[in-house]
Design a protein around this ligand. Structure first.
Ligand SMILES: Cc1cc2nc3c(=O)[nH]c(=O)nc-3n(C[C@H](O)[C@H](O)[C@H](O)COP(=O)(O)O)c2cc1C
Length: 253
């Protein structure tokens, strides 16, 4: 079994590790020449971004091809999944992948422009994350079929508005980030950036090729990187995942 995952704060890596198999980082696989991946089971564990699929995951799916007897997709999200998984299903169909199993898993929201990390962490125990992961692991082990339920018309309209907003986001969005005096020039931000968008010389310098994943902000050991309008000074990383694992997954240096 091969599992392709994308993570910035560890939730998806935690799910992928629980499922098991050969774990392959999407940012790393994106750097490879076109590959036809083959296995008995192929899975994708990815976060929901703006009721949609992260742009880096889209690029990955469009570049490579996949052959398996059983395909699954698990999408981790922080509050509302909406059309996230159905957008991934459309993308998979374009690559001739017929997903046998899709499921969403409500975890901790890392979207700082809207949510306070403290509030999200307080909600986590009630979300019974590990219990849900266990169910998903069993489902996949037993090659069960599942598709997330269809969403309401109201939610479809709301999703269309959010998708339009997503499209308006430019790679120069890193101009909204600022660095405070606590920065120690440790280069962690550059190492966790899946876009290779950060150079650290005398200062942290963004190259305006940002995918707005917030990896640099959440993983800064000094909490020195900020986004305009952020809702809390706290930062998030899944308690079971180390900074080293995020660096290994995304690193460019
Ligand atoms: C740019 C961005 C957009 C997001 N959009 C959504 C969303 O539409 N719905 C949602 O429930 N969570 C959203 N989230 C939260 C993540 O999906 C969630 O925290 C996920 O578990 C992160 O996975 P990771 O820790 O593996 O990176 C968003 C996060 C980011 C950074």
């Amino acid at each position: 079994m091969k599992i392709f995952y994308f993570t910035t704060t560890g939730n998806c890596l935690y799910i992928a590790k629980n499922i098991g198999g050969e774990l392959l980082s999407i940012p790393q696989m994106l750097k490879q020449e076109k590959i036809n991946f083959k296995d008995d089971v192929i899975g994708f564990v990815i976060p929901c971004y703006g009721f949609d699929v992260p742009a880096i995951v889209r690029k990955f799916m469009e570049k490579h091809s996949f052959e398996a007897d059983y395909f699954f997709a698990v999408m981790s999200y922080g509050n509302i999944l909406a059309t996230g998984l159905s957008e991934f299903e459309k993308l998979a169909n374009k690559s001739n992948i017929k997903l046998n199993y899709t499921n969403g898993i409500l975890m901790v929201d890392n979207y700082l422009p809207v949510f306070k990390v403290e509030d999200q962490l307080a909600k986590a125990p009630g979300r019974k994350i590990d219990e849900h992961i266990k169910i998903i692991v069993e489902d996949i082990k037993n090659k069960r079929e599942n598709h997330v339920e269809k969403i309401s018309m109201g939610m479809k309209i709301f999703s269309a508005i959010i998708h339009k907003y997503n499209k308006s986001l430019k790679p120069t969005i890193d101009q909204k980030f600022s660095i405070d005096d606590n920065c120690s020039n440790c280069e962690t931000c550059a190492k966790v950036c899946p876009m290779n968008n950060i150079i650290v010389l005398q200062n942290v310098e963004y190259q305006h090729n940002c995918s707005f994943c917030l990896a640099c902000i959440h993983n800064c050991p000094e909490k020195a990187i900020h986004i305009k309008g952020e809702k809390s000074a706290s930062r998030f990383r899944n308690e079971h995942i180390t900074l080293k694992e995020i660096i290994t997954a995304n690193q460019n240096l």
